[in-house]
Write a protein that binds this ligand. Structure first.
Ligand SMILES: Nc1ncnc2c1ncn2[C@@H]1O[C@H](COP(=O)(O)OP(=O)(O)OP(=O)(O)O)[C@@H](O)[C@H]1O
Length: 302
């Protein structure tokens, strides 16, 4: 059996000009916990909906469990859990009734597990769904998506409405959930959450996957470099993979996405420069990759 859970090849989606997905390749394997990052409007929800077969791609291929996303059969759907940004729930039901109602659609529903999560996440099972706050509804939607222990869980900004305590509980549940070796794809803007649970990052940029790989690899590759040379530096340093450069006289501050020591050694010799390599956290990496990091962050070149 193949361990590829999600695959897209040259996936395109266009509503109007410009296209949202422009030929996107992605492969997610069993057991990976993938955080999907991208600026507002970069196409995270569109990608998730195309993968789930909720939106028809303009062209290209998308599969889940080896089945075409647009033609998933009932068996494949029963192996999936999904929480959308809208999380449709039935307001007249109580929390308990809502979970049991959903459970009736799944042969492998685990009401004991659901009841445990309701307690852990401080949801009152007798309360009407319509009377829940936005954050409480979001919690309920996530619990309902996990109730049948789906092999693949897809969450579109699952923590957007959660307070810090609830976010922590949610992340812990997600970590526990991954111990069952499930595959998770979740979009978020909270990079610290992503760092806590994700094994991999998929970064959307210009309708494609700009980076896909292990979180640690991303951190090894994207670095900030401070340079002080003997003499005035040229306006373009031609260092491969430069995301951003600020050059002032003998000093330069660069962000590079394919850091390697050999290139730096050559550069150091050429300009008789001293260099300092700085690690970045995921938020800083995200800002650099998005091209929005700037002097506004208060960085100085020297
Ligand atoms: N049904 C639609 N009809 C027309 N345009 C759409 C539709 N759905 C999405 N779009 C457009 O596609 C682009 C990507 O939207 P999408 O919701 O996928 O982005 P996102 O990365 O999830 O954004 P956010 O981080 O703000 O949630 C946006 O410009 C949006 O206006």
């Amino acid at each position: 059996m193949s361990d590829v859970i999600i695959q897209t090849v040259d996936l395109k989606k266009q509503f109007q000009e410009p296209p949202v997905l422009t030929g996107l390749d992605l492969q997610i394997k069993a057991g990976q916990v993938v955080g999907l990052l991208g600026t507002n409007g970069s196409g995270k929800t569109t990608l998730i909906k195309c993968i789930l077969g909720l939106l028809k791609a303009s062209s290209g291929m998308s599969t889940i469990f080896g089945q075409n996303s647009w033609d998933l059969d009932a068996a494949a759907k029963s192996r999936l859990g999904y929480v959308s940004q809208e999380f449709a729930l039935l307001p007249w039901m109580t929390v308990q009734a809502m979970t049991e109602y959903t459970g009736a659609f799944y042969a492998q529903w685990d009401q004991t597990f659901v009841n445990t999560l309701l307690k852990e996440w401080s949801l009152n099972e007798t309360q009407r769904v319509g009377a829940l706050s936005v954050g409480q509804r979001q919690k309920l939607a996530v619990i309902i998506a996990m109730g049948h222990h789906p092999e693949l869980l897809i969450l579109d900004e699952p923590v957007a409405s959660l307070d810090p305590v609830a976010r922590r509980q949610f992340l812990q549940s997600l970590i526990d959930f991954t111990e069952e070796e499930n595959t998770i794809l979740f979009s978020t803007h909270i990079t610290s959450d992503l760092e806590r649970v994700a094994s991999h990052v998929a970064f959307l940029d210009k309708g494609k996957v700009g980076f896909f790989g292990e979180l640690d690899l991303l951190k090894q590759q994207v670095k900030r470099i401070r340079i002080t040379a003997e003499n005035e530096l040229p306006p373009n340093l031609n260092i491969p993979g430069t995301l951003r450069s600020q050059i002032e006289g003998k000093h330069a501050l660069l962000a590079v996405k394919e850091f390697d020591t050999l290139t730096m050694d050559i550069f150091t010799d050429k300009f008789q420069a001293t260099t300092t390599i700085e690690d970045l956290n995921l938020e800083e990496i995200f800002l650099e990759l998005s091209g929005v990091a700037s002097q506004e962050t208060g960085e100085t070149v020297q």
